[in-house]
Design a protein around this ligand. Structure first.
Ligand code: SPV
Ligand code: MN
Length: 652
């Protein structure tokens, strides 16, 4: 359950502005004439009151109302340079931003949902009661913008007019944050009132980096108020902690889909990409993967790029699942981005194509960015996320300091990509037919498999596991990563799972638009399949073959081998697709390694999930039924064929 507007709105409680007149009064005192004129163009009372209270809380010296004009965009870029948050690089419109060396990812240990007494939150999230959160916000954010400029931006998460787009305010003292917002989101100053009226709500985000010293980091907080759809972030700069229009508001969109959409919306941590098929058709695919597991690369492997991080879906009147990307840019990890695997993204990074905000990479003496895995010759020295750097450098514990932080990023506009699709601007979205789930799984699941029905597909999503990545500060080991969306799922996972079951089996979905749900895994190693070493069995570019196989499968053009975990591709089909699309041979022995069922591993994985979900509240019984049936059927196979079952044994 989710109760909107329960308890009090913290910023209003602290700021004390409760009427439009009081808001205007405050604007008159705090804004210059031009910005009063700008803010007066906004008429929605709740928006005006929220902004006035943010000003009252943070106490900035000046207030800048961002209209989205070219002139305003230039102002924000310049301010980021003047405030020292970004530095110009020799390549035109490229800048570098550094986050403090101890804030190179999301600070999950200092991130909280603000809740009311009795509210249930996900077992994977931290919560704080409203009164306590108010105390912290007041203490830590009171007067935090003294002597500074507050920037106020109006955006829409998604194309204007789409039924699941959400208007959002970004209020910050960081010009880097607003600059990033201007690349990643659609500015909506002119249509903000209309969009708020259409949706009946807006998301609000208030951030200040404060003094931004290393010693401030213990005081850093990320708060998300589920009842008032407002976020607060302080003493931090990493965009995943500060540009809360991204993952902060994604969490609100997840709540909205799970609790308020009648099972007709989903909000997912998924890319959206179009795959060209025979006869000139395009089939749209959405895919989930935990942060740092190749989601951007998979999106780029498509022929028509829409988005690489977030997807919001709804079942439309035509009986199809439509999807939009709430964003219009990429905040992408650069590690391992290279010519071979990511030619389109490389073009933006290495040629003078568009604005790029680099973060936390190495800048050499000539002002050129470098990062680990770029396939180029590394420089001897330079400056990176932790200061001066040289080849062979080790930290105080003797550990090598990498050239770039593994969570180093680039912020670019998606429209600059050679494979960008204008469908990203279509308020009707794209009709999505393929949904994939993947993780960083070195030893268990095959590169691609398709669920036999939507319920089994939901279970594939529920069972993603992944090696920890650098996107969260302090994370290590192998973790469960349900739907790759659990870090952004505010409510109990059982509620989320129930919403997934109901969405994908919704009677409104027409037969001809029925989607397929599939698992993907790029990370099987030689050592897990009888060889030696941690080298991967596949290559990045193989993704094209897996996606193409799914494209043919959803159109009923390729057969499959039925197994207890779902359908596996047939060798001949893959061989053909590898030859045509990846331009390489696909040997049968590689197929056997990749697609044989390693029964003991899969059963161990099922047991892990049964155990973990057994401890969660309100998990639909269907989940346990499916897992137990798969387990029993796998053990039957083992009895008949042994612990390693080659796909040919199951082919009929
Ligand atoms: C991710 O980590 O999933 C990202 C970047 O997309 S962040 O904004 O940190 O969430
Ligand atoms: Mn993400």
């Amino acid at each position: 359950m989710l109760e909107r507007k329960k308890g009090y709105d913290i910023v209003t409680e602290i700021g004390g502005v409760r009427t439009v007149d009081a808001a205007y009064d405050l604007f008159g005192k705090r804004l210059d004439a031009e910005h009063v004129r700008r803010i007066r163009k906004i008429e929605n009372p709740e928006v005006l009151i929220k902004i006035a209270n943010a000003i009252a809380l943070c106490d900035p010296k000046t207030v800048f109302v961002f209209t989205g004009s070219e002139k305003d965009r230039a102002f924000v870029r310049q301010l980021a340079l003047d405030q020292g948050e970004e530095k110009k690089l020799p390549m035109k419109n490229h800048t570098i931003h550094y986050d403090l060396k101890d804030e190179q990812g999301r600070i999950i240990d200092r991130t909280y949902y603000i809740i009311n007494e009795g509210d249930k939150v996900s077992s994977l999230g931290q919560k704080m009661l409203r009164d306590q959160a108010m105390k912290e916000v007041k203490e830590k954010m009171g007067g935090i913008m003294k002597g500074r400029t507050m920037l106020i931006g109006f955006y829409i998460r998604g194309p204007a007019g789409a039924p699941v787009s959400n208007p959002a305010l970004e209020i910050t003292s960081s010009a880097y944050v607003l600059h990033s917002a201007n690349i990643l989101y659609r500015s909506a100053y002119d249509v903000f009132d209309k969009e708020v009226e259409h949706c009946g709500h807006f998301f609000a985000n208030i951030h200040s980096e404060g003094t931004n010293r290393l010693e401030d980091l213990p005081n850093a907080r990320v708060f998300m108020d589920r009842s008032w759809w407002t976020t607060y972030a302080m003493f931090c700069t990493y965009a995943g902690n500060t540009l809360l229009m991204k993952k902060g508001n994604h969490r609100f969109a997840v709540d909205k889909a799970v609790y308020l959409s009648n099972n007709q919306n989903l909000s997912e941590h998924m890319f959206i990409t179009g795959i060209n098929g025979p006869g000139g058709r395009t089939t749209w695919c959405c895919g989930a993967a935990p942060s740092g597991c190749g989601k951007t690369t998979t999106a780029m492997a498509g022929d028509k790029f829409v988005g690489d991080d977030l997807a919001q879906m709804w079942i439309a009147e035509d009986g199809a699942i439509h999807a939009i990307n709430p964003e219009c840019g990429i905040f992408g990890i650069v590690e391992d981005v290279n010519r071979e695997g990511d030619p389109h993204l490389m073009d933006l990074l290495r040629k003078e194509k568009c604005e790029v905000i680099w973060s936390n990479v190495l800048i050499d003496e000539k002002g050129v960015p470098h990062w680990t895995g770029n396939g180029e010759t590394p420089p001897a020295k330079g400056r990176n996320f932790q200061g001066e750097w040289h080849q062979g450098m080790v930290d105080a514990k003797g550990k090598p300091v990498p050239m770039s932080h593994p969570n180093s990023r680039c912020t670019v506009s998606a429209s600059a990509l050679a494979n960008y699709s204008k469908e990203n601007e279509n308020p009707k979205g794209v009709v999505a037919r393929i949904f994939t789930y993947s993780g960083r799984d070195s030893d268990t699941m095959p590169p691609v498999w398709v669920a036999r029905n939507s319920d089994e597909g939901v279970v594939i999503g529920a069972c993603i596991v992944s090696a920890a990545t650098a996107t969260e500060v302090g994370a290590s080991g192998v973790k469960r990563a349900p739907w790759a969306n659990a870090p952004f799922t505010p409510g109990p996972l059982g509620d989320y799972m129930d919403a997934q079951f109901k969405f994908y089996s919704h009677p409104k979905i027409a037969k001809k638009h029925q989607p397929i749900l599939a698992g993907l895994n790029y990370f099987l190693t030689h050592e897990a399949r009888g060889g030696t070493g941690k080298k991967l069995l596949g290559e990045k570019k193989d993704v094209k073959a897996w996606l193409a196989w799914l494209e043919r499968r959803v159109h009923g053009e390729v057969g499959a081998i039925e197994t207890p975990i779902g359908f596996l591709p047939k060798y001949e089909d893959l061989k053909q697709l590898f030859g045509d699309l990846v331009k390489k041979d696909y040997p049968k022995d590689l197929y056997d390694k990749q697609f044989s069922l390693y029964v003991d591993n899969i059963v161990a994985r099922i047991d892990l999930q049964l155990d973990a979900y057994g401890k969660e509240q309100s998990v639909p019984p269907k989940f346990f039924d499916i897992m137990k049936k798969q387990r029993a059927d796998l053990l039957k196979l083992k009895e008949k064929f042994g612990a390693i079952v080659a796909p040919d044994k199951l082919a009929r």
